[in-house]
Design a protein around this ligand. Sequence first.
Ligand code: ATP
Length: 358
Amino acid sequence: MALDRISLQDLRNHVSTTLEATAQLNLLVGANGAGKTNVLEALSLLAPGRGLRRASLSEIARADGGGGFAVGASLKGADETRLGTYTQPDQPGRRRVRINGADASAATLGEWLAIGWLTPAMDGLFVAPASERRRYMDRLALALDPTHASHVSHYERALRERNRLLSDDRTPEPQWLDAIEAQLARHGAAVAEGRTRLVDALMGEIVRHEENPFPRPALNYLAGGPVGFDQLSQSLHDSRKSDRAAARTLVGPHRDDLEVLYAAKGVEAAQSSTGEQKALLIAMTLAHAALAARGRPSLLLLDEVAAHLDPSRRAALYTRLKDSGAQVWLTGTEIAPFSEIADEAAMWTVSGGAVSPC
Ligand SMILES: Nc1ncnc2c1ncn2[C@@H]1O[C@H](COP(=O)(O)OP(=O)(O)OP(=O)(O)O)[C@@H](O)[C@H]1O
């Protein structure tokens, strides 16, 4: 199953763009600022969440447009399913979703498609604050299990509420704290379990592949507190006094991290060279794409990845992409790095927010 008949309306610099006759490998080629990443961002909005730039909806709407934008695509398989997401000018901050013409929630999109991506903005993932890696884990976990996103948002809501009570001048009612901590423990345990399952599954996939040309990362889920429901519940209860002194919750999955090591060298990914870090990230992205494609139709969006690889790594990347089972979208500023796959890929040139097949 793959996406086809993709349309973008008033999205960033695209007024009205259509991409048809897609293939497993799809190439978007054009100069800097042409609108290639904008197409990937549009595709990323066919999953729950904020898309690959984490932009607000009003940023995504075309600056000189009417205030709303739309993305639609057909998911082709035995039957054709039409997926779409859009905003309307009178409510530019509200994302709407339609599936086969009927209103649906954004979370429902995750049941149809799993979407992964790698963009230059992720290059600093290993040296970034832990919050970035938590978000990264959650995005990947969501592609494997669509219910993960709802546990994350319920957990975050309950955490804000508990922190508000803890920082209040008045002593919080114990019953209120009991109720909020029950929510935190329930969703927190599910978040921790989802992240643990993700890391285990990624490692299972990573070790199936050779060390070369993409080095094997060793991933460790670092829990920010007790992980099971009972243990987390107890720990939250026991830490009320110290959390009140700190005016925030000090244990729980909002303190998790993902440790990434360059396994063969035994060093932290953060200590590796820029090129090594990119290669580790690619290895993680490919492992995730293979896992995601086993569950449901899967899309992999790779922004500016091929041009930075030497020819042998590029050839290995293309082989892995072809085997991944995902529909792949690659961007680049020139055709040359794609010459090996040009025959089998669908290709478009992008210029000034307009797209034409080539
Ligand atoms: N809301 C918006 N409305 C109109 N144009 C926008 C909007 N947001 C961004 N743009 C424009 O989109 C263009 C960038 O598009 P995009 O990031 O897709 O380029 P690209 O082809 O991926 O370039 P590069 O190769 O440099 O990464 C910029 O010219 C930017 O000004």
